[in-house]
Ligand binder design. Structure first.
Ligand code: FAD
Length: 391
């Protein structure tokens, strides 16, 4: 028959899963701590002054109207024996639990970078007040200033995100503060869609963006918000604006539920997204270890649908079907300049592996009309996925 499903986290993964499970006839309760969800997708456009915060803000009225229960509150713990989610006031029983808590930032990983430092050197890697803070700093900066973006090692939320961010901030600086510069200090030697980004930067923002890979001393090993300094093994950079994106891990509730392993992320079955560590709990989205799938809203949404189908089958006493998932990450280098990387994934040796030859990236050297069309597709994708999750 049907069952009671609790979903923790009302982001792209959780909201999609909750709606899909309610549509399949189950009794669904979604637990989300914030009344407003600001999407990370298109938050880089807000940083560039291209759209207002309201354009990326969503609430949960449509979910409530759709027949599921939304509880505004914090899931504080899980009792997997009694199958209960503990809230501040009481507990919610479940037959199956879905966790989609997203990421938490590791404030223990980068010397000098704690919660207080993030109020001076924003990460803006969770959208909301952090996005507004970084936008204000970029707006207040004088012409000629340096905006630094510190990028962590893999894995982290949204692999192409830092480079899209550099591009769109450059779009703003080129028009408003043309003597300024963007310095990307990277803990890696490669990044997602690098040839496409570098082609765009050469065409749109020559000399404006400098990328420093780890082999040339890019890895930030310490920060001092008092002097606005970023330290690497090679140099100290004093900058006007510091966007520090620290290492990450699965949202804290995953650790509390003991579904995260020593990596800080959650191993799952690639067919059902059920935890490899605790039965009855499914982990989707950024928090899970999804093999070759990147941590994206597109992935979280796709995983939510696969997990919902699997949970439906399990609750009805059936067998979950085979899974095959798609991800497409759009990036904007300018409002009329977009490109993508896409992949198809299926289980192989217990993990999600990329289906060879099925994905790919936008072509290099494409005409402007193709880039403009892809920027339109990016906006259309955003409209579709936010409508599916929240609309
Ligand atoms: P989230 O969307 O973070 O949702 C988690 C939710 O759980 C939050 O609302 C949180 O409040 C809630 N929560 C956590 N713990 C608890 C608890 N204990 N109790 C109650 N509530 C809790 N992806 C794309 O596909 N395309 C893009 O263009 C794109 N651009 C991006 C740009 C930037 C700058 C960044 C940072 C990310 C971008 N992403 C993009 C990635 C995307 O934002 C994430 O992959 C996606 O949000 C993951 O969804 P999720 O459900 O796992 O987590």
């Amino acid at each position: 028959g049907t069952g009671r499903v609790v979903v923790v986290g009302g982001g792209f993964g959780g909201a999609t899963a909750a709606r899909a499970l309610a549509a399949l006839g189950h009794e669904v309760t979604l637990v989300e701590r914030q009344p407003t969800y600001w999407t990370c997708p298109f938050s880089n456009a807000v940083l560039a002054g291209l759209s207002p915060m309201e354009a990326i803000a969503f609430g949960y009225d449509a979910l409530r109207a759709g027949g599921l229960t939304v509880v505004e509150g914090e899931a504080q713990g899980i009792d997997p024996e009694r199958r209960e989610v503990r809230l501040g006031d009481g507990a919610l029983p479940y037959d199956r639990l879905v966790l989609s808590p997203g990421i938490d930032l590791r404030f223990d990983a980068l010397p000098g970078y704690d919660e207080a430092a993030a109020e001076v050197m924003p990460h803006a890697w969770k959208a909301g007040p952090q996005t507004e803070l970084l936008r204000r700093q970029i707006e207040a900066m004088e012409d000629g200033g340096v905006v630094a973006i510190a990028v962590p090692e893999n894995p982290f939320r949204c692999p192409p995100g830092p480079y899209e961010r550099a591009s769109l901030i450059a779009h703003y600086l080129k028009a408003q503060k043309p003597r300024s510069k963007i310095l990307i200090l990277d803990a890696k030697d490669a990044f997602s869609k690098r040839p496409l980004f570098e082609e765009a930067w050469a065409a749109l923002y020559p000399g404006l963006i400098e990328w420093v890979p780890v082999s040339l001393g890019g890895k930030v090993v310490g920060v001092d918000p008092g002097t606005m300094t970023l330290r690497t093994d090679f140099a100290e950079h004093r900058v006007a604006v510091a966007n520090v994106i620290p290492p990450q891990r699965a949202g804290t509730i995953a650790t509390a539920a003991e579904v995260a392993d020593a990596t800080g992320w959650c191993p799952v079955s690639p067919e059902t997204f059920e935890s490899a560590l605790v039965p009855g709990i499914h982990v989707i989205g950024d928090a899970c270890l999804a093999g070759a799938m990147p941590k994206s809203a597109f992935s979280a949404n796709a995983q939510a649908k696969v997990a919902a189908q699997a949970i439906d089958a399990l609750l009805r006493g059936g067998t979950p079907g085979p899974s095959k998932l798609i991800n497409t990450c759009y990036s904007l280098a300018a409002p009329d300049y977009g490109f993508t990387v896409a992949g198809v994934y299926q289980p192989s040796d217990g993990a999600l592996a990329e289906v060879e030859g099925a994905g790919g990236t936008s072509p290099l050297g494409a005409p402007a009309a193709v880039r403009a069309a892809e920027a339109d597709y990016a906006r259309a994708w955003y409209g579709t996925i936010t409508a599916e999750a929240f609309g």
